[in-house]
Design a protein around this ligand. Structure first.
Ligand code: AMP
Length: 562
């Protein structure tokens, strides 16, 4: 370790800056794709295993230009909002770059949204053209759109901005255009597209509704500059090159899919492999084997599902080398198993949030192993991070506080929401709501959410720490710890546990495991075994739902303050 590493904090305070030796890029999203297609036209760009489709870089570029011309002929102009509501399919990827080609702002709509959320997202961002899948899992997208009053003209009185709905699949729906018809509209008109070089990298290109672990969704608005530079930085951390193939089971609608996977691959010409529309552990492992992937992304719950799959040992994963685990606390044990059993010796952890495009910290493939499993690595180039107390004062090294990020990666703001933007971004600093610590070398630990901290009888308890401990129990597959109100102690801890398949586990076993090992006030008063944990589509635990369920069970609603 070089003690003079510029990423190390100085003055004993929890504040760090990233390297600046490589300049930031001013490329637009489309320019990244154009460059890859020019350099590697005949190499594989993308494989969609479930759809049975493959594209070379030249084919992907051609499809993008045709779709872009189709959008233009539908009247879409730079700055207009085009929504995409679909699981991981090739049309998603093409729409991402086709909108970027003409400077339209892509609005990602969560595939799990139901009516109220859909209406909110469409209305809030003023989407004029919506590209939609027909259905996904138990969601019938077309029926939901019809329920919002989308009529035979493709319009809805409730959504005045909406002019056109483009649906995927071959069946016809009154008032909607099929995807193929959009492509036919564009065919032969690619030459009429406005020059790609006229776009500016500092313009907004994407609105992502944050995944809602709390409150109403907010539309984080990102520029080309935000996402292109973040993608290039994370690709460098993984040493990704055109020789790599990345397996992408994470959703495209989230920055994990569209930035850390897609744009990172496009920035270096790596092959993108999409195992399926939604996450399936077996399909993911099969895609890694079939396409000889060298990298694999996932949130911790995905890696856990893959490792625990009964057929895990049957897949040849020997080609794997790297990838990113992110999105939620990454249990140390899972990181170790991923390195050992999945051959991902160079796996990295990343930490970030949609509002910061997303990554602020990432471990490097050559960081010491213990730092790569126990921390989220060090700060990425051209960014600044400080950790502050409740009065916004930077805390001494090693102390817990709220992590704030400043630099090129911070979003323009929440779409059409100056109030919540001003609340989140102050003096250029994005206040993340995450609790973190920094060590003397600049490695960061995420210890919880500011709001998740539980105060039991005056003792601060960080649920993350208790989760890490309980996770070491051999029968525990997943665990979430949170606080519930208590008349005597103010709050009490509650643990929700999923036991490993085929293993019965009891409360007493868990308590015995804690006894004499962790402080008494950290031993959960309530322990429940559950079949599943409420998580967002990206695998982020929704503790507020667990808490609500416990309050109902314990009859504590009246005492709940939040
Ligand atoms: P999103 O905007 O959906 O990407 O969610 C961002 C949030 O996910 C952050 O504010 C963190 O709470 C959490 N998160 C992301 N990466 C990590 C990580 N590596 N460790 C712990 N929490 C994480």
């Amino acid at each position: 370790m070089n003690p003079a590493d510029p990423r190390a904090p100085t003055g004993g305070l929890s504040q760090v800056r990233g390297r600046t030796d490589e300049p930031l890029s001013d490329a637009t999203v489309f320019e990244l794709l154009a460059a890859a297609a020019q350099r590697w036209p005949q190499r594989d760009a993308a494989v969609f295993s479930e759809q049975g489709q493959r594209f070379t870089w030249a084919e992907l570029l051609a499809g993008v230009e045709t779709a872009a011309a189709g959008f233009v002929r539908l009247g879409v102009q730079a700055g207009d909002r085009v929504g995409i509501w679909s699981p991981n399919r090739s049309e998603w990827l093409i729409t991402q770059f086709a909108t970027a080609r003409i400077g339209a702002i892509l609005v990602n709509i969560n595939p799990a949204y139901r009516l109220a959320e859909l209406e909110y997202a469409l209305d809030k961002s003023g989407i004029s053209v919506l590209v939609t899948a027909a259905a996904f899992k138990s969601s019938h997208y077309l029926e939901m759109l019809q329920a919002l009053g989308v009529d035979a003209d493709g319009r809805s009185a409730r959504l005045p901005a909406l002019r056109r709905v483009v649906r995927l699949g071959d069946e016809a729906t009154a008032g909607m255009l099929n995807w193929r018809a959009l492509l036919r509209l564009g065919e032969g008109h690619e030459g009429e597209l406005p020059p790609a070089g006229a776009l500016h990298a500092r313009e907004p290109i994407n609105i992502q509704f944050t995944s809602g672990t709390t409150g109403a969704p907010k539309g984080a608005t990102l520029t080309h500059h935000n996402v292109v530079n973040n993608a290039m930085a994370v690709a460098r951390c993984m040493r990704l090159t055109a020789a790599d193939a990345l397996c992408i089971p994470v959703p495209l609608y989230h920055c994990f899919g569209m930035v850390l996977a897609v744009l990172a691959c496009v920035s270096v010409g790596a092959k993108m492999v999409f195992p399926g529309e939604g996450f399936e552990p077996a399909a993911t492992l099969a895609a890694v084997q079939a396409e000889r992937c060298s990298a694999l992304h996932g949130v911790p719950t995905m890696f856990i599902a893959e490792l625990d799959h009964p057929d895990f040992a049957r897949y040849d994963l020997s080609t794997l080398r790297t990838g990113i685990m992110a999105g939620a606390p990454c249990p140390i044990e899972v990181m170790r198993r991923v390195q050992r059993d999945m051959h991902m010796t160079e796996v990295t952890i990343a930490y970030g949030m949609t509002e910061t495009s997303p990554v602020s910290f990432q471990s490097a493939t050559d960081d010491p192993v213990d730092k790569r499993v126990t921390t989220v690595g060090r700060i990425l180039p051209h960014l600044e991070v400080k950790i502050v107390d409740i009065d916004d004062r930077v805390v001494p090294l090693g102390e817990k506080g709220e992590l704030c990020t400043r630099g090129y990666s911070v979003m323009l703001g929440y779409w059409n929401d100056p109030e919540r933007t001003a609340d989140a971004v102050r003096d250029g600093w994005m206040h993340t709501g995450d609790l973190a610590t920094l060590d003397e070398q600049g490695y960061c630990n995420i210890v919880g959410r500011v709001k998740d901290m539980v105060i039991r009888g005056g003792e601060n308890v960080y649920p993350r720490e208790v989760e890490e401990y309980l996770f070491r129990h051999p029968k525990v597959a997943a665990v979430q710890v949170f606080g519930v109100p208590d008349a005597r102690y103010g709050e009490e801890l509650c643990a929700w546990i999923i036991a490993k398949p085929g293993m019965a586990c009891s409360e007493d076993e868990i308590r015995a495991f804690c006894r004499e090992q962790i402080a008494h006030y950290k031993v959960p008063r309530y322990i429940r075994f559950v079949a599943e944990l409420p998580v967002t589509v990206t695998g982020k635990p929704q503790k507020f739902l667990m808490r609500e369920a416990m309050l109902r069970e314990l009859g504590l609603q009246a005492q709940a303050t939040a």
